[in-house]
Ligand binder design. Structure first.
Ligand code: FAD
Length: 470
């Protein structure tokens, strides 16, 4: 970076550390999936909201583009700068304090740079639960979770990240601080401003802190693995489980046999829960707080009814925490297994739950008609109608070259089928730079106009995370 700007930056923003050497900034310049490589002026590591504000005021005045970055685990290249080398990366990892826990109000005020796991643990120390949970929780940050409106493994019961927020503190592109850190559950005083920043992927400002909703910690939890007759049966099982178990289903995750086999072959010390081979698997978890429920009895009843209604072929219930961990490992290791098998063309599609089986049928046929030798790795948050419809190159070809040549066409085929079923091309991973053109091509003109007007109002110079989302 220009030595003069660095001197000026250090003078204007004395508490902030700036990384400038190529070795130190390299990890911030590439996304989780290594799809995007960018360049940057520097990486700033502010430690307070005031420092973020000073830094952003400086950048705004000098018209330096700003790219917020959390744990850099996002799947759409949202935190990676472009190749111009003029942007300032604002990394939030040092803004990482718990400001307050209020057990009587069931709230926790967290700074943006805390990892999701830190937030969960802070709540747990008070016998409370922060229910957002996902495979990346040890490294993704709460600011990134809120900026991507992350989903994860307990949406069915507790909602997306957006549903877990009461208040926000945001630094606007010009450095002004919006203090919306309210813990009110009821506040109908005009527009709900925080909603603009949730899921905005850093294009409207930098989230610096949030008041998060907590829940009573679970006191009973049961985890089961079931083999469903087919995908429609798996969806019907979800409805049955919700009805029979008093709506206490926390997670309802689907794994196709192909996704499961990838894990079993690629990840050491993994084992199939069944001796027999089944095509459709469900990881089901139910939980309650308080002492009165007999969840185990409820689950056994569910197995009995589901078998009688010819929805399931087999089921196991875990007896120990280690067994539970083994089952979750099978689900959470799928992305790593895909990577080990040469990588996949990923899709994060959602439709109404009733339409999931039709989506899989139509999208599989559309893809196979043009690419008959590809391999599928289908899995996801079936309880939310959200499937990761991932596709691996044929076993006999170079995976990287195959993806480079065919990813665009294959994704088009999958997304077209999701759109025809009124679905979404991005259920939880966002838009970033990966799906920007898709957003432009598929959102209605009115929706796009409104999004552009909001962007223009909050970021008139277009300095916040340019090239992302819009
Ligand atoms: C193994 C694995 C499993 C995953 N599982 C899930 C899952 O189940 N569900 C799911 O939804 N996602 C999942 N993800 C994707 C990812 O972890 C989430 O999108 C997560 O919310 C990103 O958080 P982050 O801190 O890493 O954000 P980053 O990747 O750093 O940034 C994501 C976006 O948010 C912006 N941003 C980051 N921090 C801020 C801030 N403080 N203020 C303003 N903008 C900001 C960035 O500019 C970027 O646009 C998974 C990823 C991995 C690697």
């Amino acid at each position: 970076m220009s030595a003069e700007i660095l001197v000026e930056l250090r003078r204007c923003c004395p508490p902030t550390t700036f990384l400038t050497t190529p070795e130190l900034i390299a990890p911030y310049l590439v996304d989780e999936r290594a799809l995007f490589h960018g360049r940057a002026l520097a990486v700033a590591l502010p430690e307070t909201t005031a420092a973020v504000s000073e830094l952003m005021r400086f950048c705004y005045t000098r018209e330096i583009p700003m790219v917020p970055q959390g744990g850099n685990t996002g799947y759409c290249g949202g935190a990676t700068p472009d190749a111009s080398g003029v942007a300032m990366i604002i990394a939030l990892s040092r803004l990482n304090r718990i400001r307050e826990i209020d057990p009587s109000s069931f709230t926790l005020t967290a700074e943006a740079g805390l990892t999701l796991a830190d937030v969960q643990q802070a709540a747990a120390r008070h016998q409370l639960l922060f229910p957002l949970s996902m495979g990346s929780e040890a490294s993704c940050q709460i600011g990134g979770n809120l900026s991507t409106n992350a989903g994860g493994l307990a949406v069915l019961r507790y909602g997306m990240a957006r549903d877990l927020v009461l208040g926000l503190e945001v630094v606007l592109p010009n450095g002004e601080i919006w203090d919306g850190l309210t813990a009110l559950r009821k506040d109908n005083t005009g527009y709900d401003i925080k909603q603009l920043f949730l899921g905005a992927e850093g294009t409207l400002g930098v989230i610096t802190a949030a008041v998060l909703k907590l829940y009573p910690a679970s006191t009973q939890r049961e985890t089961a693995w079931l083999a469903a007759v087919d995908l429609s049966a798996a969806c019907a099982l979800l409805g049955l489980a919700r009805r029979l178990l008093n709506d206490c289903v926390t997670s309802f995750e689907y794994l196709s046999l192909a996704a499961l086999e990838l894990v079993l072959t690629q990840v050491p010390e993994t084992r199939c829960p069944f001796a027999q081979v089944y095509a459709h698997h469900v990881l089901l978890e139910v939980s309650v707080s308080g002492e009165s429920s007999d969840l185990r009895r409820g689950l056994l009843k569910l197995f009995e009814v589901a078998e009688r209604e010819q929805l399931v072929l087999d089921a196991v219930l875990t007896e120990t925490l280690a067994q539970r961990a083994d089952l979750w490992r099978l689900r959470e290791k799928i992305p790593a297994a895909e990577r080990a098998a040469g990588g996949s063309i990923k899709h994060d599609v959602s439709v109404a739950i009733a339409g999931v089986a039709e989506l899989v049928d139509r999208a599989s046929r559309a893809v196979l008609a043009e690419f008959p030798a590809v391999r599928f790795s289908l899995y996801g948050h079936l309880g939310d109608g959200n499937l990761h419809f991932n596709i691996l190159a044929p076993a006999t070809v170079d995976a990287l070259a195959f993806r480079a040549r065919n990813a665009e066409r294959i994704s088009m085929l999958v997304h077209t089928q999701a759109a025809e079923l009124n679905g979404s091309f991005s259920a939880e991973h966002g838009v970033g730079q990966l799906k920007r053109d898709l957003l432009a091509a598929t959102k209605s003109p009115v929706a796009l106009m409104l999004m552009r007007q909001i962007k223009q109002t909050l970021d008139p110079k277009g300095l916040m995370n340019p090239g992302k989302v819009l």
